[in-house]
Design a protein around this ligand. Structure first.
Ligand code: AMP
Length: 118
């Protein structure tokens, strides 16, 4: 499977469509999910072209992986989610229910979250 340069998150990275940005650095862009599934629902995406978690871990170098996941933790801290807790999740492929083929982490917080799989 090749990376689809026209997926919606690639367009957001190229600033062809807007997003509700909460954080950006050289490794990651974080923005509010357009259809939030919790009081706080933010997506964190890497800047490079990675289809899913496996693609990211398989292709990205150690600095990029550390920088990306460091950004995820930073966003959780900055949004005040760390003290009461949060959930991070990444869907991969058909069974995982992945809709957008650009690797992303969902960050859920702001309320007591339900069961892990509803
Ligand atoms: P997934 O099913 O893991 O691929 O998640 C894709 C997520 O992207 C869903 O939670 C969507 O609500 C979200 N989404 C789709 N388009 C946009 C957009 N333009 N801006 C923000 N979030 C989006």
């Amino acid at each position: 499977m090749t990376y689809d340069q026209n997926n919606i998150f690639a367009k957001i990275l190229r600033e062809e469509i807007p997003c509700n940005k909460v954080y950006e650095d050289m490794y990651a862009l974080a923005f509010h999910d357009i259809s939030p599934q919790a009081k706080l629902h933010v997506l964190v995406i890497p800047k490079g072209e990675y289809i899913d978690f496996a693609d990211f871990i398989g292709k990205a170098d150690a600095e990029t992986v550390q920088g990306f996941f460091g950004a995820v933790a930073h966003v959780a801290d900055e949004l005040g989610a760390s003290s009461d807790g949060y959930r991070i999740l990444s869907n991969k492929g058909h069974n995982g229910g992945q809709e957008v083929p650009h690797f992303h982490i969902h960050l859920f917080a702001g309320e007591k979250l339900g069961r892990m799989i509803g």
